[in-house]
Design a protein around this ligand. Structure first.
Ligand code: PHE
Length: 341
């Protein structure tokens, strides 16, 4: 290669070199200025250059050396500064950035509180699948095929198979508990349920229920009433009263719906209780003998009561939330209001 071209190429190499890794910079120094380095060797070559070109060549090699040395110095300076800066910037006494805490969802919180109230009087918690078959959701609970009571709950069916449904109530869990346990049975069953309903401020196609089931010898309607009264006082306070109205469910006989006195107006009447002074919170009744028979429990020996409540309804009553959709939107501005609970 022509000598000037070689000088030009080396000059460019030195110019474009950049690294702030100390060992890379040292490699660079050895490559050009070490004992056998490129520039060092060029000084040795001076002897072989034609005398009339020697002076210029010597000056060029000297310039390269200066250029390489200043490059090394410049890079070492950067390395040094970085070290100083990173040590300076490291303040071990500084408090760490705070980690934003999440909050428990109000539905989870209320579910927990309801379970706790019943656990205190000897109930245990049971769960079941959200995708159910017709037997567990309907038939075993005394809903015969084609029975109009099935229309009380607009059901989501799974694809082509009408035997598979999204459970419409947590009563399917009490069936599973009775299938697998002998009385006495005392369970509380929280879960998500699904109904094919239009989503509005008052209704949603997904919501949560808690089912209760108590089966033993000589269980009476009065036991049920007393248990539910205990629950209401535990949950809402001793000033709240209850009222039972006759109702109908295929799986309980007799059946009732239970209202609590409106905690917002104290029973005087407001728009939340639709000026009645009462808010409906659950359905209940004595387990129908047909259901016990379906579960191979002898109705002459055992009796029991069951109840089911909507958790959203109760949560709304406690926190005065008017729109049920808020529970499903996961808007942080809504959820963060429940931090303290
Ligand atoms: N499963 C009923 C519903 O979803 C509630 C209920 C449960 C009523 C247990 C009576 C007994 O409406």
């Amino acid at each position: 290669m022509e000598i000037n071209e070689q000088l030009k190429r080396i000059k460019e190499e030195i110019d474009t070199f950049f690294s702030v890794a100390a060992d890379e910079v040292d490699k660079f120094r050895l490559k050009y200025l070490g004992k056998k380095g490129i520039i060092t060797c060029m000084f040795d070559d001076i002897r072989t250059i034609a005398p009339e070109q020697r002076k210029e060549f010597g000056k060029n090699v000297n310039d390269l050396k200066t250029q390489a040395l200043s490059k090394i110095e410049q890079l070492n300076q950067i390395i040094e500064n970085n070290k100083v800066q990173s040590i300076d910037a490291l303040d071990l006494s500084r408090p760490a950035n705070s980690i934003a805490l999440g909050s428990r969802h109000p539905i989870a919180k209320v579910t927990h509180n309801i379970c706790q109230a019943f656990e205190k009087i000897g109930f245990t918690v049971a769960e079941g699948p959200e995708i159910e078959d017709d037997w567990h959701n309907f038939e075993s609970l005394n809903f015969p095929p084609e029975h109009p009571a099935r229309d009380m709950q607009d059901t989501f069916f799974i694809s082509e198979n009408p035997d598979i449904v999204l459970r419409t109530h947590t009563s399917s869990i009490q069936v599973r508990v009775m299938e697998n346990n002998h009385p006495p049975i005392r369970v509380i069953c929280p879960g998500r349920v699904f109904r094919n309903e239009a989503i509005t401020a008052r209704a949603h196609c997904i919501f949560h229920q808690i089912e209760g089931l108590y089966i033993d010898k000589n269980v009476s309607f009065a036991d049920m009433k007393q248990t539910l009264l205990y629950f209401v006082k535990e949950m809402f306070g001793s000033h709240v009263s209850i009222r039972l109205r006759p109702s109908y469910f295929p799986f309980t006989e007799p059946s009732a719906e239970m209202d609590i006195s409106c905690d917002i107006c104290g029973g005087k009447g407001c728009n939340l209780c639709k000026y009645s002074g009462w808010v409906e919170i659950l359905g209940c009744g004595m387990v129908d003998p047909n259901v016990l028979e379906n579960m191979n429990i002898n109705p002459d020996e055992y009796s029991g009561f069951a109840f089911g409540m909507g958790i959203e309804r109760i949560t709304q009553q406690i926190y005065k939330t008017k729109d049920i959709r808020l529970f499903f939107e996961n808007d942080i501005r809504f959820l963060s209001q429940f931090k303290a609970i």
